[in-house]
Design a protein around this ligand. Structure first.
Ligand SMILES: C[S@@+](CC[C@H](N)C(=O)[O-])C[C@H]1O[C@@H](n2cnc3c(N)ncnc32)[C@H](O)[C@@H]1O
Length: 312
């Protein structure tokens, strides 16, 4: 806890805007990392805000980033393996978008849907409203641009991408599988951080992300993870202005449920209201045990909503 707090002013690079990114609360999640994490695994990584923050604070030696969205993981590969080339290509696109940014966005989107080039995806992510990706039922990227904005300037993009690349390159394995393929790869000193699609959109196909996720299937995997003593943290569900976005996780999983103040949600901002989002964080029994064996004080219950207090 104190390790993270002391470094609170350090800036954390981020590779691209992504709806649902944990960028705003990553620092509040890190205090629940044990001190001996060898590898951090993010099976639903998106923009991998928590892995990036963990790398900044030196809380894991290795990383496994996974997301079912294959073009997104190809973008991640480009970020880690050839960041300069990726940003050069982005810069070219960015400069070519004038004078008709709107038409250029649609052309790039069409090209991306046929060739899945990482720099096209980076440009699309930079141009859409709040990184809110949408896919059609055929899996085609179909979100529109925010035509009031041009997308992140190439100079800033270079700084962010090179920053992320320096933190994670040569320490990170990338994959694009269903999370169920990734979870069994966990070893004793690993920690899994899971941020699945919100349950409110998970019973049906989730157009915000590449796929939806059925609640029952997710619970089954968690049961197996518990049987195997896997240390994991889940961000699941959320509340905005007291309104819950979905079910909590069942008590028979014996998870430690904490609430994190996440500030104003981007969803609420999009809808034009000012409610504060409170995000649920669940810790697995094996993780709680591991934290206790490091002689951290007992974690206070869910009603104690200030995450900073949880380990004091
Ligand atoms: C809430 S977002 C994760 C955001 C991430 N924490 C961040 O900081 O950007 C959920 C991600 O889960 C991915 N996803 C959905 N279903 C999946 C599945 N079955 N297996 C793996 N990834 C999946 C989506 O593509 C999406 O990127």
């Amino acid at each position: 806890m104190r390790r993270v707090r002391a470094l609170d002013n350090i800036s954390i690079p981020h590779p691209f805007p992504y709806q649902g990114s944990k960028r705003g609360i990553a620092r509040h999640i890190l205090p629940y990392f044990p001190g001996d994490v060898h590898r951090l695994i993010e099976p639903f990584c998106g923009a991998a805000a928590v892995s990036i923050a963990a790398a900044v604070y030196g809380l894991a030696n290795r990383f496994l980033l996974n997301d079912l969205n294959k073009p997104l993981m190809d973008l991640w590969k480009a970020i880690l393996e050839r960041p300069n080339k990726l940003v050069d290509d982005y810069e070219q696109l960015w400069n070519k978008q004038y004078p008709d940014k709107k038409a250029f966005f649609f052309r790039t989107r069409e090209e991306f849907n046929s060739s899945h080039q990482p720099h096209h995806l980076l440009y699309l992510l930079a141009r859409i409203v709040k990184g809110s990706v949408r896919y059609s039922s055929e899996g085609l990227f179909n979100q529109s641009a925010d035509n009031r904005r041009s997308g992140m300037r190439p100079g800033t993009m270079r700084q962010q991408i090179l920053g992320v690349s320096a933190l994670l390159a040569r320490k990170t394995v990338i994959s694009a599988e269903d999370f169920r393929q990734v979870v069994p790869k966990t070893k004793k000193k690993d920690l899994i951080y899971m941020d699945p699609p919100y349950q409110g959109t998970s019973f049906t196909r989730d157009h915000r992300y590449y796929n939806g996720l059925a609640y029952d299937e997710f619970i089954q995997v968690l049961e197996i993870m518990n049987e195997n003593n896997v240390s994991y943290i889940i961000s699941y569900d959320g509340q905005t202005g007291g309104k819950s976005h979905g079910k909590t996780l069942p008590s028979n999983l014996s998870l430690k449920h904490l609430l994190i103040h996440a500030g104003r949600s981007s969803q609420a901002t999009l809808l034009g209201n000012k409610h504060e989002t409170v995000e649920s964080l669940y810790l697995s029994p094996a993780l709680v045990e591991r934290l206790h064996s490091e002689q951290r004080m007992p974690i206070k219950p869910v009603s104690q909503v200030q995450p900073e207090l949880a380990f004091l």
